[in-house]
Write a protein that binds this ligand. Structure first.
Ligand code: NAX
Ligand code: ADP
Ligand code: K
Length: 538
């Protein structure tokens, strides 16, 4: 499990070490320099003579950057430090000066530079940036509040624009968090650095896991500075499940199990207009493994489900979990079986698409129950607008998914799995999970129906908390998409068992050189057993 901590917890964890005189900044700077060297080597960059620009702000983040600048200068890099405040970390500045780092005071507003010389504005630092192989972002870390202001904001805007226009392709390494992000949240308040690598200190920060901020961080390297234990005692409000965590909560059947103890999933999915959702949700549930799938939707869709999956039962009966709504249009009346499941506190629920309208209006009605809503941003916008009173746009949700998912838990009393490139799971009063396991190939019609089936099977087969199971379902669904995109071999009928020697965890990363193949929602479901096996065999 990855844990992310708010700035307050990081500061509390480091305080005793700082009071005891532990050289935390020296350790941090050394780790940054080492990460820069390693990444430069990976890119085939000759270190001696390589040009690095350090953007140094006025706080301790800038101090980390100035000490790192000194390390790099001593290794033969040609280092310039742009000083973005009149006063920067004095010891860091002295170390940089001693090591031969070129110091470039920067000011956009004609203020005096720290050397007493008039600060020359942005043009000189941009000229250095244009020539540099490496940019190191040490403008601000956990101390930033609000969007980047003043010269720092203008500089980052100018640098981003240059990179966007592909004039430049420097290696960009951010210290602690890409500057411009507020480390506790996923929203991006304004201009922010786009890093290839972020070297973060002591513990992960929520901004490094949550969308959309996390996309600015690139690859994240955690350097605990020896404080992992001090931090572990504090609550981590944002988390990410890993394969091993999913293995721990996966319901593996034992010798005493029979189909009813393994769990029965009821499906109220699919309609005459969208019958395929019934098939895909069934496929998701069956491939995840459960004792039985009961399909309870309309007859036409039931025939299609049985044609594809003769193992599905269409008779009514007891279920441990019920999937309500995939492939059911907004405004459809509540079917009787759905109405019963909504008031039966013994039944766990997955509520998707048209089913979201069937929820009770009183958020306390679902208290103590395992209920997971699985909207995408558009569906969540609708739900928040009808429930909350004020209109909420899809784009507003996409700018801060975790916040709005949490808002939806307050309004409904349910756990909310908000789908997207990064899927977030919010629970009433609880931890937020952020799962980034998939690929853009998953954005295909019916993909969400498969996810609903996977989650239904997990809720039916396990007593684990709904939030964890929802995060696990997102992980398995994401990896199944990756596995399918990696192993697709053209023929119909799902991924071929013979393919690349990709790990069965489905984790072989897709990249620019091998972006994978297009997949269908059926392919995703078909890949689930391989992914589960890989996770369990770990
Ligand atoms: N205390 C220590 O010895 C350690 C500190 N560490 C580093 O120190 C950082 C925290 O240091 P600080 O608390 O000094 O804070 P930061 O250095 O993160 O941020 C404060 C700086 O940002 C500027 N700033 C704040 N809001 C701004 C805005 N909206 N626009 C433009 N500038 C803004 C401030 O004027 C100040 O210069 C961590 O992120 C980490 O990088 C690590 O080296 C670990 C050890
Ligand atoms: N860019 C992306 N990268 C990774 N996963 C994605 C991306 N876009 C969508 N997904 C995933 O694909 C699925 C789409 O589900 P949904 O929007 O409900 O589609 P549908 O209603 O057609 O089934 C979700 O699980 C979502 O997280
Ligand atoms: K930074």
């Amino acid at each position: 499990m990855r844990h992310a901590y708010p700035a307050e917890a990081i500061r509390a964890a480091e305080a005793p070490a700082l009071a005891a005189g532990e050289p935390l900044m020296e350790r941090a700077a050394y780790a940054v320099a080492a990460a820069v060297v390693a990444e430069a080597r990976r890119r085939g960059l000759a270190l001696v003579g390589a040009r690095a620009l350090v953007l140094a702000g006025g706080g301790n983040n800038g101090g980390d950057g100035l000490f790192a600048a000194a390390h790099l200068a001593r290794r033969g890099l040609v280092v310039t430090a742009a000083l973005l405040r009149e006063r920067v970390h004095p010891e860091g500045l002295a170390a940089a000066r001693r090591a031969g780092v070129r110091l470039l005071p920067v000011s956009g507003d004609g203020a005096q530079g720290h050397t007493g010389m008039p600060a020359p504005g942005l043009a000189p630092v941009l000229a250095v940036a244009d020539d540099a192989d490496i940019w190191i972002d040490a403008i601000a870390g956990i101390g930033l509040t609000g969007g980047l202001r003043g010269v720092s904001g203008a500089l980052v805007a100018a640098l981003n624009e240059r990179r966007e226009r592909s004039i430049l392709d420097p290696l960009v390494v951010a210290i602690d968090v890409p500057s411009g992000l507020e480390s506790d949240v996923g929203a991006v308040p304004g201009e922010a650095v786009r890093a290839d690598v972020t070297v973060t200190m002591i513990g992960l920060k929520p901004a490094l896991l949550l969308p959309p901020a996390a996309a600015r961080a690139g690859r994240v390297e955690l350097v605990d500075l020896g404080l992992a234990e001090a931090l572990a005692a504090r609550p981590a409000p944002v988390r990410r499940l890993l394969g091993v965590d999913v293995a721990d909560l996966w319901p593996v059947p034992g010798p005493a199990d029979h189909k009813y103890t393994r769990g029965v999933v009821g499906l109220l999915a699919g309609s005459d207009a969208y019958p395929g959702a019934a098939v895909l949700a069934s496929s998701g549930a069956l491939r995840t493994g459960c004792g039985m799938v009961r399909y309870l939707g309309p007859e036409g869709a039931a025939r299609m489900v049985l044609a594809r999956h003769p193992e599905v039962v269409t008779a009514a009966g007891r279920v441990q979990a019920m999937v309500l709504g995939p492939g059911i249009a907004v405004g459809a009346p509540v079917p009787e079986s759905a109405g019963r499941a909504l008031v039966d506190s013994e039944v766990a629920l997955v509520v998707d698409a048209g089913g979201l309208d069937w929820l009770p209006t009183d958020p306390t009605a679902l208290a103590g129950r395992r209920v997971v809503l699985t909207p995408h941003a558009g569906e969540l916008a609708r739900l928040l607008t009808t429930r909350g009173g004020d209109p909420v746009e899809r784009s507003t949700i996409e700018a801060d998914p975790a916040r709005w998912a949490q808002r939806a838990t307050e309004l409904t009393g349910a756990t909310v799995l908000l789908k997207g490139a990064v899927t977030v799971v919010a629970q009433p009063g609880g931890t937020v999970f952020s799962q980034s396991d998939g690929t853009g190939w998953l954005a295909t019609a019916g993909s969400g129906d498969v996810l609903a089936g996977i989650l239904g099977a997990l809720l039916a087969g396990s007593d684990a908390p709904a939030g964890e199971l929802a995060a696990a379902a997102a992980l398995v669904h994401g990896r199944a998409g990756v596995w399918a995109a990696r192993n697709r071999r053209g023929s119909e009928g799902g991924p071929s068992p013979v393919g690349d020697p990709v790990s069965a965890t489905g984790r072989g990363p897709l990249d620019d050189r091998d972006p994978g193949a297009p997949i269908t929602a059926s392919d995703i479901a078909a890949a689930v057993p391989e992914v589960v096996r890989g996770i369990l065999a770990h």
